[in-house]
Design a protein around this ligand. Sequence first.
Ligand code: FAD
Length: 545
Amino acid sequence: VRRPIPPPTTMRTSKLLLMFVIYHLISTVGLLMINLPSEDFDGEISLDALDIEKASLDFGGMAKSAKPVAVLHPGSADDIVELVKTAYSSGHGFTVSARGHGHSTNGQAQTPYSNGVVIEMSGSKGSQLRKRKLALPFLPMEGNSSYVDVWGGELWINVLNWALHFGLAPKSWTDYLYLSVGGTLSNAGISGQAFNYGPQISNVYELDVVTGKGELLTCSEEKNSELFHGVLGGLGQFGIITRARLALEKAPQRVRWIRVLYNNFLTFTKDQEHLISLHGRPPSKRFDYIEGFVIVDEGLINNWRSSFFSPSNPVKISSLNTTGGVLYCLEITKNFDDRTANSVDQEVEALLKKLDFIPSTVFTTDLPYVDFLDRVHKAELKLRSKDLWDVPHPWLNLFVPKSRIADFDKGVFKGILGHNKTSGPILIYPMNKNKWDNQTSVVTPDEDVFYLVALLRSALDSGEEMQTLQYLNNQNQQILRFCHEAGIKVKQYLPSYNSQKEWKGHYGDKWELFLKRKMEFDPKHILATGQHIFRPSSSSSTQSW
Ligand code: FAD
């Protein structure tokens, strides 16, 4: 009797499962890296202790999760399909977490289960292959928009450098470019351009996604739109982004970068809100980037984001007549090129004239566009040289509704944080809600304008209690408690919760939709378990969420 030959995909899948089990068993005897046997498999499954260690760490340096049993360095989307299909169809199952560049702060890209596999979407291994995934940008005919198709694990810095070869650049950014496309699109991706262009998730035309069932689907506004909207800001819950089609614009050449100071919070926020209300105006009549930060102690003047203040231009907080010792810095830019270089001074002057900052505090510099976008990397290199980069980062990012931002200032900047050494920047800038698509998975406050408040602090072993991890974590909890008790309806950005009850509270009205999408696209709860939203169906019921 001839046994039926299984169809190719089944054969490949069972082969992978078998290999997976074998790898698991032999991991103790020192086998480190093997190419998977399937003919189409370009990637590598690694059991290397260093790879596994790396996959169980992140930028936050705080979350301790189980180590993955293996790490996949995919060579193509098909490798991811094969792995996820295996996890989905196997009896016992295992979890799969895509890891972008590991820049989460609470273990979101890790797998908290000892039977998990982490997919390294970015990184050096296989990067040659991934480089090929950077397609030629689409250069439009009149009236169309340019775009580029990129691999989901591509770093934004590579996307920028590639697009610049063609005189193009993505429109909406994060402050730091060594983040992966899939990682930021799973959150939102925000920076000072968001007031005008919206977050990065508002600037994507199309995605390829491997769902939790192992299907590779193309999705967009028109096609598989439920998946498209779900994945954008979806914290990796509905699928793994393997390709993103990103909107491009003509790349600016240079940037006029300006900082001005305020000692009055109301004036500061009034000016920020005025500037973001100019969105959609012709570029000559608005700034291109609007952010800001809070200076609660003099030490921060020398902080990495503040290195902008040149030593020949020292700023003494004490000389600036602050209320409660707090200063606010508005940070704005204007892009220009050879054609507009002559008019940029006048345009900037006309815009600054409408603002109410402390007159003696205008700090200006000109630099190439790419240097402006890559500014935080320079700070990273400085911090690395002082061993201050790989330290715990108890970051807290909040979206605060405009109507309560003054209460937040009083209670947090001048109250809870007042006069503390802050050991990290505190960003604050407003955004226009109408630039965010409500069909995506992100949640934002229910007001037309809301602020990002980002407490980007590092825990240091300086001997000062106020800089310890425990102190900063307690302070974050105190801030959240204060908002809750004062009825300030903040939403966490890059959220982190440990119970489903808290997640339901986070999603509010959107929870039912979120759940429905999860049932449809990842019914066994295989994906992105490091977010602690859904317990995988293969896990023991004693798990805490
Ligand atoms: P990871 O941390 O590796 O992953 C984040 C989540 O996305 C995980 O749940 C993971 O499973 C999932 N994921 C990763 N890749 C994929 C994929 N291809 N498909 C589906 N899911 C995936 N954010 C901003 O918005 N604006 C900023 O200005 C900004 N600045 C930052 C500066 C620094 C120095 C750092 C460390 C972070 C900053 N971030 C900023 C936060 C950043 O957006 C998040 O850390 C985000 O998680 C991206 O990091 P990553 O690519 O390393 O993703």
